[in-house]
Design a binder for this molecule. Structure first.
Ligand code: NAD
Length: 504
């Protein structure tokens, strides 16, 4: 029995017991070869949720052997049969959606509605790729010179290795697992050590849905580099798919170069959010609020910089500030919470430091943190014992264009607002970054919308929309935001090779 007076998450212990706490290898939950475990903690209270098996390089080798052993059989499995397993798993996610959302909030911190939204979004990738699995087509044509015929076919890349981040513990996995399994690849997933529970739960559902042993392995570990480096060094791994920070992505691309492995890299962002003075300001504020606070701001598509045309800047800033002030900061699983804690002390500290520097750089605090004392703001409603990694909704304006906070990904609920006068100036400011993942613009002038969308250097642009992620659309960036696309009809080709067969 657990005691609710000493255990703040006592009421969730039975639910947590449904998560397989071992490594998921060969269709089973197994202890690490060393029998070691690590603690997954609740960011709202610091309480240990579960002890999870801590994978070692030996365990990774076992997982790889199992993935290789079934690789050919899985590639030869009828696309319809692969499709049905993905679809069955999607149905199981629907069935267990409430449990999965709560497990996600417990490990990641975000407010429960954000987890519910992610379970929906993450599950959809399996439904989408169940549908794509049976649509992969080649092509057949005559050579222009009449010298023969050209046949083009596609085949699974082979064993794929995915490294996923903590901010979307399900969706960043299903966005890789869905297309990989649909294409006929086997896959090993290394989830972030902060949030392995949702992924382990998903592995269990795949097992229930009839996925053959070995096709999917999950390797939680506290030693990411130690476990992933030998896997990437093994030439039997043919594809690396990563979502996370640009520095780690760069390291992985370097490692993959050794075996010339295919890579998909979904890396950091620095999304500009442009609001022109012909925009519907109410809608722009609504979109800005969503683009800034969805997932607690811990999203690579989060609006990182608001660039607002001078004439409407004060109206926009005041309205966004009011909306952010109304957020309720608290434990993600408490019913009135709209802003949960950040995932870790590391993230909380990194945001606090970025805000402190911005204020030193000349930014004005319109809402939120006194950087020296995050508990002092009137907008906070922290739990009594604020042991968690909380950071309050914050709005900064009059932010200089060269301030550090404008150049780096914030990954938290901090809105940074600057102004511009002319369209060209706004486009130049939007593009003045090494990143190019998402961008947003608000205007009621269609010509301007298309002109600006065209000139912004990013993989995705939202026009009068603050949330753009869609399973049916290609997700990915340009510049240092990455390589490759996930989702859409493009996503499955990241896991397929192209073969040309020359015929007479
Ligand atoms: P990270 O890049 O260090 O971690 C992402 C994943 O990579 C995790 O699974 C981690 O265990 C793994 N990893 C880390 N180092 C590795 C290595 N050397 N070899 C193999 N795997 C490794 O990100 P973070 O430290 O958790 O967050 C830092 C910043 O990264 C955030 O503030 C944010 O700006 C950015 N980030 C972006 C995304 C995104 O969706 N693009 C996701 C998470 C974090």
């Amino acid at each position: 029995m657990t005691d609710s007076s000493t255990d703040p998450i006592a009421q969730y212990r039975d639910l947590l017991a449904t998560v397989p706490a071992g490594l998921w290898i060969n269709g089973d939950s197994v202890a690490a070869s060393t029998k070691e475990t690590f603690s997954v903690d609740d960011p709202a209270t610091g309480t240990s949720l579960l002890q999870i098996a801590d994978a070692t390089p030996d365990d990774a080798a076992t997982a790889l052997d199992s993935a290789v052993a079934v690789s050919e059989e899985w590639a030869d499995t009828a696309p319809r049969a692969r499709s049905e397993i993905l679809r069955n798993t999607y149905e199981l996610i629907r069935e267990y959606a409430d449990d999965m959302a709560m497990i996600m909030t417990l490990e990641m911190g975000k407010a429960l509605p954000d987890s519910v939204a992610e379970i929906n979004y993450g599950g959809e990738f399996l439904r989408w790729f169940a549908e794509e699995a049976v649509r992969v087509a080649g092509r057949f044509t005559k050579s222009p010179g009449g010298t023969g015929r050209i046949m083009v076919t596609h085949a699974p890349v082979g064993v794929a290795f995915a490294i996923t981040p903590w901010n979307f513990p399900l969706a960043m996995g299903t966005r890789k697992i869905g297309p990989a399994l649909a294409a006929g690849c086997t896959m090993i997933v290394k989830p972030a050590h902060e949030t392995p529970l949702t992924m382990l739960y998903l592995a269990k559902l795949f097992g229930e849905a009839g996925l053959p042993a070995g096709v999917l392995s999950v390797l939680p570990t506290s030693k990411s580099a130690e476990v992933s480096t030998p896997l990437i060094a093994d030439p039997r791994v043919r594809k690396i798919s990563f979502t996370g920070s640009t520095p780690v992505g760069r390291t992985l691309i370097g490692q993959a170069a050794e075996n010339v492995q295919r890579t998909s890299m979904e890396l950091g962002g620095n999304a500009p959010f442009l609001v022109f003075d012909d925009a519907d300001v109410d809608k722009a504020v609504e979109g800005a609020f969503a683009a800034k606070t969805r997932n607690g701001g811990e999203a690579c598509t989060a609006a990182n910089r608001f660039l607002v045309q001078e004439g409407i800047a004060e109206e926009f800033t005041a309205a966004l500030t009011a909306k952010m002030k109304a957020m309720v900061l608290g434990r993600g699983y408490d019913s009135d919470t709209t802003l949960g804690p950040m995932v870790s002390v590391k993230q909380q500290t990194s945001i606090a430091e970025a805000v402190s520097k911005a204020v030193a750089d000349g930014a004005r605090v319109r809402l939120g943190a006194d950087p020296e004392n995050v508990s002092s703001s009137a907008s906070l409603r922290l739990p009594a014992d604020d042991a968690g990694c909380f950071y309050p909704a914050t709005v900064l304006d009059q932010v200089p264009a060269d301030a550090e906070i404008v150049c780096n990904e914030i990954f938290g609920p901090v809105a940074v607002i600057s102004t511009f006068t002319a369209e060209d100036e706004a486009i130049a400011a939007a593009n003045a970054t090494e990143y190019g993942l998402a961008a947003y613009l608000y205007t009621q002038d269609l010509d301007r919308a298309l002109r600006v969308a065209d000139k912004i250097e990013s993989g995705m642009v939202g026009v009068n929309r603050g949330v753009i992620s869609d399973v049916a659309a290609p997700f990915g960036g340009v510049k240092q935001s990455g390589i490759g696309r996930e989702g859409g009809s493009e996503g499955i080709y990241e896991y397929l090779t192209t073969k040309y067969i020359a015929l007479t």
